[in-house]
Design a protein around this ligand. Structure first.
Ligand code: ADP
Length: 511
């Protein structure tokens, strides 16, 4: 009992069953999504840095303006204080005149010292030539006032010289007026500069507020844009991938993920889809192979047991046919045909269990095809179907197995073409040494449903068909490292193309 190991247990041809594999078809474009994300985040950070830098600059302007305002306020206070101090000095001068003694000399000196200190301060704070000239006037008039008090007015008061007192007092009043006028002018000047600074600081504040609003609004909009961009270009594709993976884990191998993302995530989706396709194809092949293997094991187990009684039945039927006549002879003919059909099925099942065993030989394909056509014609299986064989090539195969495949394909084509139809067998060799034999017919072709099930064991649309011919042929082709493909051919009907791999180096060396 042979072939219990199933179709792929031993192909005998040295070729393994085709296992789909995922090819790395495209190189991922070096991190384009990462680059875009970095760019978006970089732009965001740069915008916030620019906004912060601008805000800090404006704050420093405002701070500087406030400091200048405080200083200008201090200068106004100093100028007004100087005017007060001069009036104070004058008051002590007047008291000296009124009291007619030296009791206010000490107070006058103190007031004088304050005036001098404030004059020095204002000199330091003066900002232009005019202000410095006014402060110089104050200093000169102050010095003159002091000299008048000590050298003229006080001696005249003590000497009770009314005329000299009156004259000195008049001069002193002039000096006091000059000092007060200059101090007032300085105060007004400083006050005006305060007004200007206040306007400037207010303008800076307004501009800062506008820009801050613009930056904050712009940054918020930009951040929202970056968020939407990340959502579209990363989060959504990742979610779709995750959904696809979830559907896959639930066993949905037909799930597909949209590949519209232009970056790596789109490529990942495409890879994922290819992986799905490969897994699905592999699974289907595996199921088919397991099915065939199971059938093969079963067939191998019972083939002998059925073959023997079938042989006995056929022997007796043929013996009885010699003596039988009339209706009995016809009945025996039916029994013989059905028994032979059973034999075909058993043979087919056994073929499925051992599609490839035996040595490979270099076979000229044209000869093999013509031989098959000749045999079919001899056996009257072609009727008046025209069969042509075109092209030439050679392949390394097991001759009986190749013949079996060609026989199945040409027989099916002739049956599909029907009386008066035509069949074309075209042999071709590719540049790499791979060969193909395409059998086309002028029959009705196949419906999509038939096409999907052609290679299933026991699928047949013929009343007396076994549905094993194409399944066995495909198993044999795969055992040789090739395959059979079905499509619509040039004669309008179906075309079945047997593809065989190129020879190995050792085979080439032997050719
Ligand atoms: P069978 O010939 O015993 O039916 P096969 O496995 O050889 O078994 O073929 C399976 C089925 O494939 C056929 O019944 C038929 O429906 C379809 N088929 C095969 N060859 C052709 C063809 N040349 N044109 C149209 N249909 C075909």
């Amino acid at each position: 009992m042979n072939g219990a190991g199933g179709v792929f247990a031993d192909t005998g041809s040295g070729h393994d069953a085709p296992v789909p594999c995922i090819q790395p078809r495209m190189r991922p474009s070096a991190g384009s999504t990462t680059r875009k994300l970095l760019l978006a985040f970089g732009a965001l950070v740069a915008l916030f840095a620019a906004a912060s830098g601008f805000a800090l600059g404006r704050l420093s302007d405002i701070h500087e303006g406030s400091r200048t305002l405080r200083e200008a306020g201090g200068r106004v206070r100093d100028a007004l204080e100087l005017a007060t101090a001069v009036r104070d000095e004058y008051a002590h001068l007047a008291h000296t005149v009124i009291l007619g003694n030296a009791s206010h000399v000490r107070f006058h000196s103190e007031a004088r010292a304050r005036v001098e200190a404030l004059t020095r301060k204002l000199w330091d704070q003066a900002q232009d030539a005019e202000e410095r000239a006014w402060v110089a006037d104050i200093r000169e008039s102050g010095d003159a006032l002091d000299r008048l008090y000590r050298e003229s007015l006080l001696p005249a008061v003590l000497a009770k010289d009314q005329g000299a007192v009156t004259a000195a007092h008049g001069h002193a009043l002039e000096k006091v007026n000059i000092i007060q006028a200059r101090a007032d002018a300085l105060a007004s000047r400083f006050d005006a500069s305060i007004g200007r600074f206040e306007d400037h600081v207010a303008a800076v504040e307004r501009a800062s507020f506008r820009w801050a609003l613009l930056f904050l609004g712009g940054a918020t909009l930009f951040a929202a844009g970056v968020g939407v961009y990340i959502g579209n270009s990363v989060a959504r594709p990742v979610a779709r991938l995750s959904e696809g993976a979830a559907r896959l884990s639930q066993g949905d191998l037909r799930t597909r993920i949209p590949e519209d993302d232009p970056g790596e995530l789109g490529q990942l989706a495409a890879q994922f889809n290819r992986m799905m396709e490969a897994v699905r194809t592999h699974q289907e092949q595996w199921v088919q192979h397991e099915k065939l293997a199971g059938i093969g094991r079963l067939a191998a187990g019972v083939a002998h047991e059925i073959n023997n009684p079938l042989g006995v039945i056929l022997g007796y039927v043929r013996l009885l046919q010699r003596k039988a006549e009339g209706g009995l002879a016809e009945d025996l003919k039916v029994v013989e045909e059905e028994a032979m059909r059973c034999q075909d099925i058993v043979e087919g099942l056994l073929d499925l269990s051992r599609p490839g065993r035996g040595p490979l030989e270099r076979v000229p394909l044209r000869e093999a095809c013509e031989d098959v056509v000749g045999r079919l014609r001899e056996a009257a299986r072609l009727g008046d179907v025209r069969v042509s064989v075109e092209g030439e090539a050679a392949a390394w195969v097991q001759p009986p197995r190749l013949r079996q495949v060609l026989l199945n394909l040409v027989k099916n084509a002739a049956e599909a073409a029907g009386e008066g139809g035509s069949v074309e067998v075209r042999i071709e060799a590719g540049g790499d040494g791979a060969t193909s034999v395409a059998v086309s017919d002028s029959g009705p072709g196949m419906t999509p449903e038939e096409r999907a099930r052609l290679f299933e064991p026991f699928f047949t649309t013929k009343p007396t068909g076994t549905g094993l011919g194409l399944a066995v042929s495909q198993a044999i082709a795969e055992a040789h490292g090739g395959r059979i493909e079905a499509d619509t051919g040039p004669l309008g009907g179906a075309r079945f193309t047997l593809r065989l791999p190129p020879p190995t180096r050792a085979q080439e060396a032997l050719s």
